[in-house]
Design a protein around this ligand. Structure first.
Ligand SMILES: Nc1ncnc2c1ncn2[C@@H]1O[C@H](COP(=O)(O)OP(=O)(O)OP(=O)(O)O)[C@@H](O)[C@H]1O
Ligand SMILES: [Mg+2]
Length: 244
């Protein structure tokens, strides 16, 4: 297994947010996590790369347990794409992408820039390499942040609602980059209610509620024949356009 998530628990104060979450991902798989707001989806992603350390439970990446000691090496294997892009505003797009290889992977300046141009090409942004983030659309900024993740040549990319800060007309370009990465065999764990990506690219949908996985299965099963009433009710809302 490329990722093993084993019995993760996390509380904030007295509130238990994650109540024992476990699942595995094989190399090349894409999984989509869905579920109501406040259910612990972001907390789970943050626990997976120890942006927020779990209180209990274990994470294995590529067979190796993630601990406080190997955090930096492991974070190079697990990239994170945030909802609000998190690009450095004072750096040009290509420098945003090159900085990870330069600072964390020991690349020289030229090698880091070469890699950054290559990854920008993968996300269709070669022509905007010299622009600053403020000069990019939201969709372009998110594609730049995906290129930044790719430049770490990670084993796994975690995405936390990568399209939810975007205007609807800009989500398509980000979803199509994500579809392409999935079809190229990238392992991706994606918190998103983007049905297009979930149906087309996900091997499995994980449905969470109240800090637990309440249902999981292939998209055909989850979308066409959900077993749980709560999954069905939630999907009804997101598929029929109400605010989810
Ligand atoms: N740093 C924190 N300190 C205290 N409580 C937190 C913290 N981060 C998250 N929480 C709480 O944990 C719960 C789960 O939050 P989380 O962000 O994981 O939910 P989510 O499923 O990602 O929701 P959304 O769909 O709105 O993004 C919420 O009640 C939230 O207020
Ligand atoms: Mg969230």
């Amino acid at each position: 297994m490329l990722l093993r998530v084993e019995n993760i628990h996390k509380s904030y104060g007295a509130a238990e947010i994650l109540k024992g979450v476990s699942f595995d991902m094989a190399p090349g798989q894409s999984k989509v996590i869905m579920g109501p707001s406040g259910t612990g989806k972001s907390t789970l992603l943050r626990c997976i790369n120890h942006l927020t350390p779990p209180d209990k439970g274990r994470i294995f990446v590529d067979g190796e347990e993630l601990t406080a000691k190997n955090l930096n090496t492991m974070r190079q294997k697990v990239a994170f794409v945030f909802q609000d892009f998190n690009l450095f505003t004072h750096l040009r797009t290509v420098e945003n992408v090159a900085i990870g290889p330069r600072k964390l992977r020991g690349f020289g300046k030229k090698a880091a820039l070469d890699l950054a141009y290559k990854e920008l090409e993968r996300v269709g942004l070669s022509d905007r390499a010299d622009a600053y983030p403020a000069e990019l659309s939201g969709g372009q900024q998110q594609r730049a942040s995906i290129a930044r993740a790719l430049a770490m040549e990670p084993k796994l990319i975690l995405f936390d609602e990568p399209t939810s800060a975007l205007d609807p007309e800009l989500t398509g370009e980000v979803v199509s980059v994500m579809n392409k990465l999935a079809s190229e065999g990238m392992t991706m764990l994606v918190v998103s209610h983007e049905i297009g990506f979930a149906r087309k690219a996900a091997d499995e949908i994980i449905f969470m509620e109240g800090g637990k996985i309440i249902e999981q299965g292939p998209p055909s099963q989850i979308f066409n024949a959900p077993q749980q009433d709560r999954t069905r009710a939630f999907l009804n809302v997101i598929e029929h356009g109400d605010d989810a």
